[in-house]
Design a protein around this ligand. Sequence first.
Ligand code: PGA
Length: 242
Amino acid sequence: MTAAHRGLSVLPAAGWADGIADALAARIGSHPDFVVCLPTGSTPRPVYERLPSALSRAGAAMGRATVVLLDEYLGLPAGHPVRCDDQLRRQVIEPLPEPPATFLAFDVDGPDPVAACAAYDAAIERAGGLDLVVLGLGTNGHVGMNEPGTAPDAPTRVIELAPSTMAAARTYGADPPPERGVTLGLAGILAAREIWLLVSGDRKAPILREVLEGPVTTDVPASLLRGHPGLRIIADDAALPG
Ligand code: PGA
């Protein structure tokens, strides 16, 4: 595989997170009202660790930006350390010298998660739509909690988690893991102006190969991003050997 794949950048593993943090800081610097949807998980964590210093180097700040959470588990109490809103608050928001103007998270503590999903899309629209969605890549090809079988027009919704997603939640510290979640739908992801798919580590190599070279199929939801004109797949050289 080569960087000849459209939208693909490959960075050495040692500089991968720095490169992405700098790119994010540059975007925010040139567009202070940036609306960015961010994921949780192990992939973006080193990027988030580097974000405050990257912003400082770029002379940029997030005080006018909107941060939107990509997905959330259902059934974990508020404040649970595996909750996605809690992770993003700890890893992104709190280390910033200036918090974003808005942090949009799902209302999963209320009685009606379905209504919370509709309210979420409306809130994103009121914010002006997503400038950028940053995504990790599940080993089963999911993005957000859009599991295999998801159609490209899938809305923001409640979903049953795939076994591998539940297993991942257990490794993050939720035991027993949640069985359901809410996620920005593929339709919402594809409506963003830009999409950055972050991929690191050799355990992602087989699924990244499928995303780049396999068929565009609902079996591998990330493959459905390939037609998006603003897609960047930013992989490290461990995820993209050879
Ligand atoms: P990871 O998860 O970043 O922890 O590998 C990615 C995902 O499952 O979406």
